[in-house]
Design a protein around this ligand. Structure first.
Ligand code: TXA
Ligand code: MG
Length: 332
């Protein structure tokens, strides 16, 4: 099936590839030829391009309409492949062995033989690396045989895509293909940890909890922005993941004209909102993370004045959920 749409920039038909061997081969061929392919990872869909090609990477920025050249995460099929691109200290190696493949990104000094283009690294001496666990992503990475840059497959400033339909809603006509492998499992992006100066730093909470990481390194993570010479994530803008509606956090109940995003058992006596969804009636943070971006999109589509969100506990995956909700609620 072919899709194309006038977007005010260069358009191309976006093909929908199946999550089968043929789809994998075609995705790898397109990527090696410098194309743009959205593919599923266990966290969110990524907009992939050959990380070693500045021209291919520039295509990502154009399709997403990213205002500035934030550095991108390069994806690899194995720890060994990642170690050719970056220099891993003892903490980085322990984290890679504990959590790869999986929803963790490590920012490490670039190796002398690093193939990742200057543009994908935004000229920094460091490189962000991740080995995803999604079998489809893994198969494509094996077939491409090069580091693959992939930010979330949404237009800049919009909510991350957790299904092929979300990808097409933002990028149809701007990318060569999307592989449709159904909804993603984790639902929030990877945790980003910088291992640059001996003190591992949490740049972004995500799919691996702070507690799990601290358990492996045997010490507390330094928070981004705390102490020392800062390798701050340039892409971590306060306002991000933004629905069109306003977002009101830690709400007790919806007000008039507000949509309601609940968590845990609903109490009686709420004003019945025009539309309401519950991230996890059972209060399960994993279920809530998996539903977060899709539910924000669904509520936003009804055009409410604002989305009121129930309080979410801040432990485990809750830290990443609350981080994304704060960005969605930030003034813009
Ligand atoms: O789960 C994920 O991480 C998804 C999937 C597709 O893998 N990817 C993703 O990429 O969320 P993106 O581009 O939306 O976020 C990458 C973040 C940005 O905030 C960027 O600033 C930061 O990683 N980053 C990349 N390279 C960095 C570096 N060398 N130093 C510090 N931060 C870096
Ligand atoms: Mg993103």
């Amino acid at each position: 099936m072919n899709h194309s749409r006038s977007t005010g920039q260069e358009t191309r038909p976006t093909r929908i590839l199946k999550a089968d061997p043929e789809g994998i081969t075609e995705a790898a061929r397109l990527l090696r030829a410098g194309g743009l392919v959205a593919l599923p990872t266990e966290t969110v869909y990524g907009l992939a391009a050959d990380a070693t090609s500045g021209q291919a990477v520039a295509g990502i920025y154009a399709a997403k309409e990213r205002p500035s050249f934030n550095p991108l995460i390069s994806h690899l099929p194995s720890v060994e492949a990642a170690r050719r691109e970056g220099i891993f200290d003892a903490n980085a190696l322990a984290l890679a062995r504990a959590f790869w493949p999986g929803p963790l990104t490590l920012v490490v000094p670039a190796a002398p033989a690093c193939q990742v283009s200057e543009l994908a690294r935004a000229g920094l001496g460091s490189v962000a690396l991740r080995v995803p666990s999604h079998p489809l992503a893994h198969a494509v990475l094996e077939a491409v045989g090069l580091p693959v840059a992939a930010p979330s497959a949404n237009r800049s400033g919009r909510i991350s895509a957790t299904s092929a339909a979300h990808v097409l809603a933002d990028l149809d006509g701007r990318i060569d293909a999307v592989i449709d492998a159904g909804p993603t499992e984790v639902g929030v992006e990877s945790t980003i940890v910088a291992c640059l100066d001996g003190a591992p730093r949490l740049l972004r909470p995500g799919g691996v909890s702070r507690a799990a990481i601290e358990g492996v390194i045997g010490r507390s993570l330094v928070d981004a922005g705390e102490s020392g010479a800062a390798p701050i994530s340039p892409g971590l803008l306060a306002s991000h993941y933004a629905p069109a509606a306003g977002v009101r956090l830690a709400a007790e109940a919806p007000r008039a004209d507000e949509a309601w995003l609940g968590f845990g058992p609903e109490r009686g006596g709420l004003i019945a909102p025009a539309i309401s969804l519950n991230l996890s009636p059972a209060g399960d943070l994993r279920e809530a993370a998996a539903n977060l971006f899709g539910y924000l999109r669904q509520l936003d589509a009804h055009g409410p004045r604002a989305i009121a969100v129930a309080p979410i506990p801040d432990h485990g995956l809750g830290e990443a959920i609350n981080d994304r909700l704060r960005r969605a609620a930030a003034p813009r």
